[in-house]
Structures are given as C-alpha cells and as structure tokens.
Design a protein around this ligand. Structure first.
Ligand code: ADP
Ligand code: MG
Length: 403
C-alpha cells in the first residue's frame, strides 16, 4: 500500500468514526456487519453507508460478501491510518508527516517520518503474514489459512514485543535505536545513520567488528536474552563510526527458553558464516552455550574477590533483562503465538524475500478486486489488546474539531 500523508487530512471526522467502529467490530467479527458499524459509530445509517463507500474506495476498509451476511473488514491500509492518527494526536505528535519508504523487510515496511518538531524518525509497520502470499507455496497450508484480522493481531503483538524489548535494551545501554512510540502494529524510533551490514563490502578490521558483535551476543545472553535473528540484515553499521546498532527484536527469547541453546548457536553461526563469506574471515574462537551457562567473567571488572561481591557486581553489570521484560507486562500468551509464527517461517532465507512491494498488502491472497471479497466463516482477533481501540473510538466520538 501507499502511505500518503495527505490521507490524514482527507478523512473526515465522520469517516474516522466509522473506520474506528470497523476496527472495534473486528474484535469479534471477521466481517463486521454494516448495522453493527452504524451502532458502534453512533452515526445515522445513511451517512455510515456513504462513509463506508468512500473508505472502501480508498482501501481503508474492504467490502466483504459473506455466506451469512455482507459487511466490511479493516484493511492494513485502514490499520496504518489509525496508527498514524494515534501518533499524530499525541502531545507532542510523534509522527506529524510521513516521508519516503526506506526499507522493506521480510515482515515490515520502514518509512522515514517527521515528528512535530520536524525531527526525522523511523516508522516501522509490521506486516506479518506478508510472505505467506508470496512465492513460497509450500508454506501455504499453515500460513495461507489465516484470516487477515489475525495477521493484524499478530503484527500488533510483534510491534508491542519489539517496543518492550527495545526500551529495556536501550535503558540498559545496548546499542539499539531510541524507542519513541508504539501504537497498534507500528513503532516509532530514532533514525540510525547507517547501512545494514549486508550492504557493507569492506570494513577496516573484520576481526574487530567480529569481536564486537560476538561480545554483544554474549553480553545479551549474560543479561538473559537471545536476539533470535542476529544476522547481517539486523545489524546496522554506522556510516561514520562503523559502530554496530542492533535492530529487529520480535524474535527475542529468554536464555531460559527450552530451545535457548539452539537459538543462541544459530545467532552465533549466522555471524560466523557471514564473516567467512563476505570478509574471508575465519575466527579461531566464538561464544559457546557453555560460556553463557558459566556466567560472565567478572575478574576483568575488578575486585570481585568474594562470592557475594561477584554476585552483586553481576547484578549491576548484567541485570536479568528477560525478567524485566516479563515484569513489564509483555504477555507470554502473545509470545507463544508469535513464536509459532516465526518457527513456521524460520527456514525461509531472507535473501529469498525480494522486497518487491505490492499495493495491496492486506495479508491475504486475494489478487482480484481487493475491495470485494467472499468469506465463509467468522474469526476473531484473539482476546485482549483492545483498550487502545476502545480509547480511540471514544476519542473519535468526542473530538469534533478534527477534519
Ligand atoms: P524486518 O522485521 O522486516 O526485517 P527491520 O527492523 O529489520 O525489519 O528493518 C528493515 C530495514 O529497515 C533494515 O534492514 C534497515 O535497513 C532499515 N531500518 C530499520 N530500522 C531503522 C532505523 N532505526 N534507522 C535506520 N534504518 C532502519
Ligand atoms: Mg530485519
């Protein structure tokens, strides 16, 4: 889809209310019946019909002819709009204007945006399920059967998880972007003046960069975390300093995860393989799972001569970040659902994702007229995750000034 900043202005107050009502209705209806939309928006049904028609023309909702009844569903375009609207209504606005698309990840779109003060930021819009309707046919059985609403739900979980982890990593001095805001399936973060390692052909000292990256993996693990997708696509190399910044956290797991060793080794192997291929660098050592189990070597940090002292300096230097994330309220049920998804696409190499973007990323496979479709059943968003929608819907009906 195209993200057009002018959309923010050209959706009328009534249309916005109707759009919010479709979102709220999506919580327990895959297809939201038109009378329910009218009821939720408290707008006369004649006007609702007009609004739905104009929203549908702009692909913010899609008309669906169901087996039992006709209605509408929210599209990714509509969800994008609602997230942007939320950012633009913060005081001060975290997103006041949308600029160019700077990246297409396997499962996201990345845009340059500006905040209220005109500062450039990065907007990441999660698009889980996108690869399911690409060329990867053998995955279709598992992935192809999901409804678009449940993709949106998973994308929202991914954004919430990524934002939680980014905040905790940032607060503990890890080199990650500054987390700024999150709403629905989107996060806003600082712009890193950098290239992905994937695009870097030459570095002054591969062995130094290798050592830095491996030290980072180990430090993360000593803090109880494994990145889970630690590779040349998710490591940004600063244009001027050559320093690495880590991005892309929806796959992070605790070192207490039952498969932690597997994830840790996979991250380490990925870096080794890349350095060998790209820089012809063959390391003589690399972090092993037993190093993680052994805990950090505190002798170099000075003075840990008693067990008690060692323990307290370990806590200071290597806080249990996995516990902090858990305490933050990030829910384990959501984690599990995301994990299932990531496991199902784990063997699709990022290289295979061509980054060629369509205009109709609705997370479904419908290439025909995107705004008219048929469904037979009903599905739900999943439980919870609704406070924001309810709040926004309330905002929408109380705010009469916006056009
Ligand atoms: P995905 O989950 O789809 O892989 P990523 O978070 O890895 O998405 O981002 C995809 C690409 O977008 C990155 O490889 C990078 O080029 C760019 N990017 C993401 N975040 C930033 C940022 N904060 N600053 C600069 N570029 C970024
Ligand atoms: Mg990535």
């Amino acid at each position: 889809m195209r993200l057009d900043a002018t959309d923010l202005r050209f959706v009328t107050q009534e249309e916005f209310k109707v759009l919010s009502a479709v979102e709220v209705g999506s919580r327990n209806h895959e297809v939201v019946p038109t009378p329910l939309i009218a009821e939720l928006s408290s707008i006369r049904s004649g006007i609702v019909t007009k609004c739905l028609s104009s929203l549908s023309k702009r692909k913010l909702v899609a008309r669906v002819q169901g087996a039992k009844y006709d209605g509408y569903r929210l599209t990714y375009g509509g969800l994008d709009y609602l997230a942007l609207k939320t950012f633009s209504r913060r005081k001060p606005a975290t997103v006041a204007g949308v600029g160019t698309k700077i990246g297409v990840g396997k499962e996201s779109d990345i845009h340059l945006v500006q905040d209220e003060a005109g500062k450039e930021r990065v907007l990441k819009m999660h698009r889980l399920g996108r690869i399911s309707f690409r060329a990867i046919k053998e995955k279709r059985d598992y992935l192809g059967n999901r409804k678009s609403a449940s993709w949106m739900y998973l994308s929202r979980l991914a954004a919430q998880k990524e934002y939680e982890f980014m905040k905790i990593l940032y607060n503990n001095g890890f080199p990650v972007p500054v987390p700024i805001d999150q709403a629905r399936h989107c996060i806003v973060m600082s712009l890193i003046d950098a290239y992905p390692l994937r695009q870097v052909d030459d570095v002054p000292s591969p062995s130094t960069l290798y050592a830095t990256l491996m030290a980072l993996i180990l430090r993360l693990a000593h803090c109880g975390l494994i990145h889970g997708d630690y590779n040349e696509f998710n490591i940004l190399i600063h244009r001027k300093t050559g320093e690495p910044t880590l991005i892309d956290f929806p796959q992070m797991v605790s070192t207490r995860h039952p498969n932690a060793e597997f994830f840790f080794d996979r991250d380490v192997e990925g870096i080794k393989r890349f350095f060998k291929r790209r820089f012809r660098f063959e390391p003589s050592s690399w972090p092993r799972w037993k190093d993680v189990l052994a805990g950090p070597d505190l002798s170099e940090t000075g003075g840990a001569d008693t067990e008690q002292k060692a323990e307290s300096s370990q806590m200071a230097l290597y806080p249990r970040l996995d516990e902090q994330v858990e305490a933050s309220g990030w829910n384990s049920k959501g984690s599990q659902q995301l994990e299932e998804y990531f496991a199902s696409i784990a063997d699709i190499p990022e290289e295979e994702w061509d980054g060629d973007d369509d205009d109709d990323d609705d997370g479904d496979d419908n290439d025909e007229d995107d705004n008219e479709e048929r469904v037979d059943g009903e599905a739900v968003w999943g439980s919870g995750q609704t406070a924001e929608e309810v709040e926004d819907a309330r905002d929408a009906s109380s705010d009469r000034s916006h056009e």
